[in-house]
Structures are given as C-alpha cells and as structure tokens.
Ligand binder design. Sequence first.
Ligand code: HEC
Length: 139
Amino acid sequence: MNTRLKFTVYLITTMVGAQCLAVTKASAQTKKTAVHHTVTKTVTHKPSAADLAQGKALFTKSDCLTCHKMDVKLVGPAYYDVAKKYPATDANYEMLANKVIAGGSGVWGQVAMAPHPALAHADAKKIVEYILSLKPVKS
Ligand code: HEC
C-alpha cells in the first residue's frame, strides 16, 4: 500500500468511526429522553401540607369516623390498613375518591360503605390523600 492509499483508508475509517459514534450517541440520547418521559408520566403529584390539613379537616367533619377507626376495623377497614394497602399514587387517589362518593363493597368484605353523593370530588380526593399519608404508630 502506498502512503496515499494508506492515508485514504485512514480517512475513511476515521469518518465511518466518527459517524458510528455520532449515531450511538444519538440513540443513547433518545433512550435517555424516552426513560425520562416515562418517569415524568408516572410521577404522582405530592399533596402539600395545606392539602393534607384540609383533607384532615374535611374528614373530621364528615361521617367517616362513625364506621372507620384509625387502627382497628370497625364497620369499615382501619385507615392504617387502607394506607398500607394502597400506595399514594394519583391512580389510587382517583379510584378511592370515586369509591367514597359512590360507596360499595367487596374489597374488605361484604359490608358496603355508604355513598357520599354530597361530597365534592376534589374534597373526597383531599380526604383520600390525607388517609393514604397516614403512618401507623405500630404496624
Ligand atoms: C356506613 C359506614 C361507612 C361510612 C360512613 C364510611 N365508610 Fe368507608 N368503608 C366502609 C366499608 C364497609 C368499607 C369496605 C368496603 C369494601 O369492602 O369494598 C369502606 C372502605 C373505605 C375505603 C377503602 C375502599 C377500598 O376500595 O379499598 C376508604 C378509602 C374509605 N372507606 C374512606 C371513607 C371516607 C373518607 C369516609 C367518609 C367520607 C367513609 N369511608 C365513610 C364503611 C363506611
């Protein structure tokens, strides 16, 4: 191989190599964006201290404590058990707020929870956010 040919081969190799590197970098970046996107989508909105205080006030004012206690099962499940069963996610806030409004049975037993049609959806959600934030003193 003469020097000129060698140089050409060297040039081609370098260019192809650089391009490969660029493609690899680009795909790595795409992957990163994709992962980031997924994480953003599953992030749960975190209730503020004010939200939780409001939730607690609404909860105390409502009839919830006639059927539920914090630490033992009454007519309905103990709230500590509810908090243990459901992670604090948007999907669970939504599902349980709807359940509190509609009432229903079958998850903890055959006894039904009374519906709360007068409760606004936003208020029910705040109450549920408060309940799911509860940490039992003893497990
Ligand atoms: C008449 C009694 C009664 C009242 C009043 C009541 N509950 Fe319940 N609650 C129940 C029963 C019974 C269950 C179990 C339902 C089941 O097994 O699906 C339950 C279940 C729940 C659950 C768990 C639901 C699930 O699907 O896991 C939440 C959260 C809850 N109650 C919140 C509340 C809130 C908040 C209030 C007040 C606004 C309230 N409850 C008032 C009886 C009651």
